[in-house]
Design a binder for this molecule. Structure first.
Ligand code: ZN
Length: 198
């Protein structure tokens, strides 16, 4: 696979990188939220206490399912970042072809608002604050070996939160969790949300 997820790749071949993300952005229009997205949105709506859904996904399926208390730590496909004026803006069409920034009018300086390898994930302070206040930390559908997300469970444990992992298979960090449930997220997440809202 060609390298399309680093700042260096974008500097070297912006046309290739924009084509890759334009295709992924276009593909979003053909996928729908699944049962796990729907269950988390239901939890978000019904849970009276604090809650923060932190996703590494760059799609908009959580939003389309209805989630509100949501944070995209690795950016969003449907967002553009103008390197001329530093503004970030909703963007659903193609970014290739050097369109002008609607904010500052400069053409050819928009890049996908995606956190690439070597770049700092978004809103780490807000994530840390949520972890420090957490009574329960749930990791869903992640291998747990991508930093810094892999450290979240350790922070949660340090402040005494209960920790639950829901994953297709046991992960490398399963041993860090109080409980590990393995199976399809589309089945396990709705079941867990039912338990939470009972
Ligand atoms: Zn701009």
């Amino acid at each position: 696979m060609e390298d399309v997820a680093t700042p260096e790749a974008f500097a070297r071949d912006p046309v290739l990188v924009q084509r890759f993300y334009d295709a992924r952005r276009e593909n979003l229009k053909r996928v729908e939220p699944n049962a796990a997205h729907a269950a988390l949105a239901r939890l978000d709506e019904a849970w009276p206490g604090g809650l923060l859904i932190v996703t590494q996904n760059v799609d908009d399926l959580h939003e389309r399912a209805g989630a509100k208390r949501l944070l995209h730590m690795h950016g969003e496909l449907n967002s553009a970042w103008c390197r001329a004026c530093d503004a970030r803006m909703a963007w659903s069409g193609a970014m290739g072809g050097d369109p002008a920034c609607p904010g500052c009018g400069v053409a050819g300086r928009l890049r996908p608002d995606i956190v690439w390898f070597g770049e700092m994930p978004y809103e780490m302070e807000r994530i840390d604050r949520a972890l420090m206040e957490a009574d329960l930390f749930v990791s869903i559908g992640t291998s747990g070996n991508v930093c810094p997300a892999a450290g979240f469970v350790q922070t949660a444990r340090q402040v005494g939160a209960l920790t639950l992992e829901i994953n297709l298979e046991p992960s490398q960090s399963s041993y860090l969790f109080d409980e590990s449930r393995t199976g399809r997220a589309g089945e396990l997440v709705p079941a867990w949300v039912e338990e939470m809202l009972e």
